[in-house]
Design a protein around this ligand. Structure first.
Ligand code: VGL
Ligand code: ZN
Length: 191
């Protein structure tokens, strides 16, 4: 992006947590490769006075999305555990807004907007445009960007700053096409 960031922009860094990176409980292939990309976007956001939001999957130990409790995923991102911590090289500013999601045992939530009050917080700050990257492209990044577009924010997918988990091959590209069809701008590369 050749444009500078502005206070009307928000960068949403979705679920860049140890459990979604190689070695974690639910690893996204090459998920850690988003870290330097997102650090470049965080620097861009800070330089222009944009808001930085970091979401985290923050499950109770008996979450309904976990296989032992009838869900589809191995247990992951249990609140307060090392697996739920942000990747150690992710440079989250002190002033960032941290959004914890899927915190109720009986309900999953992929989008950073789902049950978090994020839309209201963005509106209160006059945010018009949101840029979305992180993990995983075909789940929480997709859901977050779709919600942002539906809420009327100008929405940009940071394609180089996200990776898919691809339970089914091709899910990543399908997610990109779904986002494009919903009016989301797809942006490759760094700022
Ligand atoms: C996610 C699967 C389960 C994600 C969260 O952050 O994309 N995926 N929980
Ligand atoms: Zn989860």
């Amino acid at each position: 992006m050749s444009e500078a960031a502005s206070p009307n922009d928000a960068l949403i860094v979705v679920d860049v947590q140890n459990d979604f990176c190689p070695g974690g409980a639910l690893p996204v292939p090459a998920g850690d490769e988003v870290v330097p990309e997102l650090n470049a976007w965080i620097a861009w956001a800070r330089a222009g006075g944009a808001l930085v939001v970091a979401s985290r999957d923050w499950h109770p130990a008996h979450h309904c999305s976990f296989e032992p409790f009838g869900g589809r995923w191995p247990p992951h991102c249990i609140a307060g555990t090392p697996g739920a911590a942000f990747h150690p090289r992710l440079e989250i500013p002190d002033e960032a807004v941290i959004v914890s999601k899927a915190t109720q045992p009986d309900r999953d939530a992929y989008s950073a907007f789902d049950g978090t009050g994020l839309e209201t917080r963005l509106r209160e700050r006059g945010v018009k445009r949101v840029l979305v990257g992180g993990l995983a492209l075909d789940y929480c990044v997709k859901a977050t960007a779709l919600d942002a577009a539906r809420a009327g924010f100008e929405t940009v997918l940071l394609r180089s700053a996200t990776r898919p988990v691809e339970v089914h091959p091709g899910d990543g590209e399908r997610a990109v096409e779904e986002l494009r069809a919903a009016g989301v701008r797809i942006l490759d590369g760094r700022p």
